[in-house]
Design a protein around this ligand. Structure first.
Ligand code: NIG
Ligand code: FE
Length: 429
């Protein structure tokens, strides 16, 4: 595991080249190199070009090729590793029963109002030990890795009290250290109103601001602060107060915005220059335009709309308005119990009027930008981290075409082959 790797003969090297979010029409540009090659040294991309160019450069450079593993990607497309920029993957218990209630017609918010939903997972997460959360987390990350995910965001928000929020974040940070996947931690203490603060949202926010967030930031347990800005959860003004304080403390900010009701979350995200606003099913035209002007990444979560039988976010309008759109799974035990990247591609392309090229940008460079990491991951460019996927097909076009099926054959993290379907899965060192 020295992070030295050469990939040659890729039928398409889909570089997604760029160091910032791609907005609007830029999302269609994948910067593909036919018969491409890439050199990764000590985990960092050192050279990108055609196989012929790279072979010539290697011959001149005096590199000791014996120190490099080589992958022949003939008839295979190579892409940047996928970035899943919105998940809630650390939780206790499951909510299969709630799913069946929803199939019978109960709405997500009704279930939440009568004390189910997020609060149900809160009880199970409070009861779970850190080790139980850790073991479950490893399994979930292993599954994500097999889908080609090399960086994931993970939120707290199933504690709603200091101990459990911190326990979740400690587990997330621990996992970042032991798993191949890089994890970006987000504090989502304002995910729901706990039982003991019912009807006292503002007091709960005071508690988070005064008693929980200082320790989170001091111990560097989270990079982002997020909030569920939604009718009957946290209002626009409450969300604004929380996020403004969070930024003062040193958090970057993002929000769950306009998911069920058009509340003005998109407008708030623009006003605060949040890194991203996520969901946006009900976002207003003006809110979306403001986000485009303010460079807020629009993170779309189609598997959640699908699972809740809600209308999809207006992907076409959002991109045509000049926004940078990202796509993510929203993997969580309630509204979307799925970490499936193939499902995201299927829904985005078949139901949201997003092209395959745009979807690829949305799951790579733009989801990296949704985590403020477009300078280090999300594309195959010199000086970026060597995070790559090799497909079992010759073109990225097979990703949505082989609908609902995982087309990823190999996953490379920091120049090391960490997953290989041909070798039966995870290639532990
Ligand atoms: O992004 N909407 C709020 N939060 C999550 C759902 C969490 C849950 O249901 O457990 C979401 O959909
Ligand atoms: Fe979410």
């Amino acid at each position: 595991m020295n992070g030295n790797l050469i990939i040659k003969n890729a039928s398409e090297l889909v570089t997604c080249s760029g160091f910032a979010a791609k907005k609007g029409q830029e999302m269609s540009q994948l910067h593909i190199i036919p018969d491409g090659a890439v050199v990764v040294q000590e985990g960092v991309i050192k050279a990108v070009g055609t196989t012929q160019e790279i072979e010539i450069a290697l011959a001149k450079s005096g590199f000791d090729l014996a120190e490099f593993d080589t992958i022949d990607a003939r008839n295979k497309a190579v892409l940047p590793g996928f970035v899943d920029s919105h998940t809630h993957f650390i939780f206790g218990g499951y909510r299969a029963e709630e799913f069946s209630w929803r199939l019978r017609g109960d709405s997500y918010m009704d279930i939440m109002q009568r004390g189910g939903g997020i609060v149900n997972t809160v009880q199970a997460t409070r009861a779970a030990s850190a080790n139980e959360l850790l073991q479950a987390g490893i399994k979930r990350l292993d599954s994500m890795l097999a889908f080609g995910v090399t960086t994931v965001e993970g939120k707290s928000g199933y504690g709603l009290d200091k101990n459990t929020e911190i326990k979740q974040l400690e587990v997330i940070n621990h996992l970042d250290g032991i798993h191949y996947i890089d994890i970006v931690p987000t504090f989502l203490g304002a995910h729901a109103v706990p039982e003991d603060y019912k009807g006292r949202q503002d007091e709960f926010l005071d508690y988070l601001i005064e008693a929980v967030m200082p320790e989170v930031i001091e111990r560097k347990l989270a990079e982002y602060c997020d909030v569920f800005c939604e009718q009957n959860v946290f209002s626009v003004s409450q969300s604004k107060r929380l996020l403004t304080k969070a930024r003062e403390m040193g958090f970057k900010i993002k929000l769950h915005a306009d998911e069920i009701v058009q509340l003005g979350g998109a407008e708030l995200a623009a006003e605060l220059n949040a890194t991203s606003a996520d969901h946006l099913l009900q976002a207003s035209d003006e809110g979306i335009r403001k986000m485009a002007r303010a460079d807020v990444v629009a993170t779309l979560l189609p598997a959640t709309a699908f699972s809740l039988k809600e209308p999809y976010a207006r992907g076409r309008f959002i991109i045509d308005s000049g926004c940078a759109a990202a796509l993510a799974t929203d993997f969580n035990p309630g509204s979307c119990f799925s970490e499936s990247i193939p499902l995201i591609f299927a829904l985005a392309t078949l139901y949201m009027d997003i092209t395959t090229e745009e979807a690829v940008s949305a799951l790579t460079i733009n989801s990296a930008a949704a985590l403020d990491r477009a300078e280090t991951i999300g594309s195959i460019d010199v000086a970026k981290q060597g995070d790559l996927v090799v497909l079992e097909y010759p073109s990225y076009k097979f990703i949505p075409y082989h609908v609902g099926v995982n087309t990823v054959e190999k996953v490379i993290k920091k120049g090391n082959l960490v997953f290989d379907k041909e070798k039966g899965g995870m290639t532990y060192c």
